[in-house]
Design a protein around this ligand. Structure first.
Ligand code: LLP
Length: 411
């Protein structure tokens, strides 16, 4: 399989598997498509760093003039180090600590997407102590069902994210009591891997109506942040992703009367299809009732199938003329959940074959762990026939380096 004009099987002969390979061209293509759809609007794309936080990927985002949607001090530091200016960074998340808020204010991030009244009070207190004014948007929970996996749905009233419109209304009414917070934005993000425009439309209409109400009451609104959530096609035979063009057109249509800045926070859509996890078959295990394809990648490297039952295409890079076979595709980790796929049809595999797990560019490497004392795998950037390592494979020495035997102290 050629990926960004690099032969992945040949690359696997030069680098130890498993490793992630990302196509710079594919990421640039998505960036370009989104930018084209937004041409002529007052808008800012803040890439959701959590989707793939590798610095080389962030550098591509920075080169395009995009900003970042961050959720931690770590993501702040990564984004700044990759050259994304603080003036293009929004800070989201329900658990921002006072220290993280302080660091973000010190860096002069553009906007805080505030998710609770307690956070608003903390923001006011930290900004006052610093003698600054923080710019904030309230994250609205529009109580909309995004129709996605329950673990990645965020816009229903029972989810931990955002506040109701009733609560947001009170925040604006009380804004004068927070002189160090300029509350002048609305934010909404209803979930991830959304494959229909309907929930987006519903959420946007609720936000638009509330924005009108606020403006009629004399509140200035500088921005509406519509979050991320645009899904991709993990399964060609089933997923029917909406096009980015249609999505952007919807946002522009629903918010056409709003004359402030539109902010977008795409993560998955920009990077998922641009990534492949390259792995090798360790062996075929013939079971009682099924055959297992045992890969050298495992749930600690790519968690999505285990955590969400997510489908990823699994493609052995072998001669297509091989006989058909059916496998449960598993990793070496010692639990049954370490399964990439059940009863998957593919050409017959042998020990040593290279196998590509597709659409692994988003929420792949960044969600990896070292469970079973398996070092974090390497990440490789491909660009038009060239390749470069953008994260070295972790060594076992590095994996255990922070551990020590107890040096007891009296409590
Ligand atoms: N903005 C906010 C506030 C978010 O919480 C998220 C994702 C995004 C933007 C980007 O959403 P995207 O465009 O990527 O859908 N680990 C899960 C996905 C978790 C998404 C969390 N929030 C998965 O592997 O499917």
């Amino acid at each position: 399989m050629r990926f960004d004009d690099v032969d992945l099987a040949q690359l696997a002969d030069r680098l130890p598997t498993p490793f992630y390979a990302y196509s710079a061209s594919a990421i640039r293509e998505r960036i370009g498509a989104l930018a084209a759809g937004l041409a002529g609007t007052d808008s800012l794309v803040c890439y959701a760093v959590k989707a793939n936080s590798n610095r080389a990927v962030l550098a591509l985002v920075a080169d395009a003039g995009f900003g970042a949607d961050i959720v931690s001090a770590g993501e702040l530091e990564r984004s700044l180090a990759a050259g994304i200016p603080a003036s293009r960074i929004v800070f989201s998340g329900v658990g921002k600590t006072a220290d993280e808020i302080d660091a973000a204010l010190a860096a002069r991030v553009w906007k805080f997407n505030v998710e609770s009244h307690d956070e608003l009070l903390t923001l006011e207190a930290v900004a006052r102590r610093r003698g600054e004014t923080a710019h904030a948007a309230v994250r609205i929970n529009p109580d909309v069902d995004a129709g996605t996996h329950e673990k990645i749905s965020t816009g229903k009233a029972e989810n931990k994210f955002g506040v109701s419109i009733d609560e947001a209304r009170r925040w604006f009414a009380d804004a004068a009591s927070m002189p160090h917070v300029r509350l002048d934005g609305l934010h909404v993000h209803i979930g991830s891997q959304i494959l229909s425009l309907d929930p987006f439309r519903l959420a946007l209409e609720r936000v638009r109506d509330f924005a009108r109400e606020l403006q009629d009451a004399g509140h200035a609104l500088a921005s509406i942040d519509v979050g991320g959530g645009l899904g991709v096609g993990y399964r060609d035979d089933r997923d029917r992703p909406v096009s980015a063009g249609d999505y952007v057109a919807l946002v522009r249509e629903v918010l056409r009367d709003f004359n402030g800045r539109l902010v977008f926070e795409p993560g998955r859509w920009l990077v998922a299809d641009a990534g492949v996890l390259v792995t090798r078959a360790i062996r075929i295990k013939r079971g009682e009732s099924r055959d297992f394809l045992v890969l050298d990648a495992a749930m600690n490297d790519l968690l999505r199938p285990s955590l969400y039952g997510a489908w990823h295409d699994i493609v052995p890079l072998v001669d297509a003329a091989r006989a058909p076979a059916r496998y449960d595709v598993v990793g070496p980790v010692c639990e049954t959940g370490d399964t990439f796929a059940l009863a998957r049809d593919m050409p017959e595999c042998r020990a040593g074959d290279v196998v590509a797990i597709r659409s692994a560019g988003a929420y792949g490497a960044c969600m990896a762990s070292t469970y079973n004392s398996r070092p974090l795998v390497a990440e490789v950037l491909l660009d038009n026939g060239r390749w470069a390592i953008v994260r070295r494979r972790q060594t076992i020495a590095e994996l255990v380096a922070n551990e020590c035997l107890p040096e007891w102290r009296d409590a």
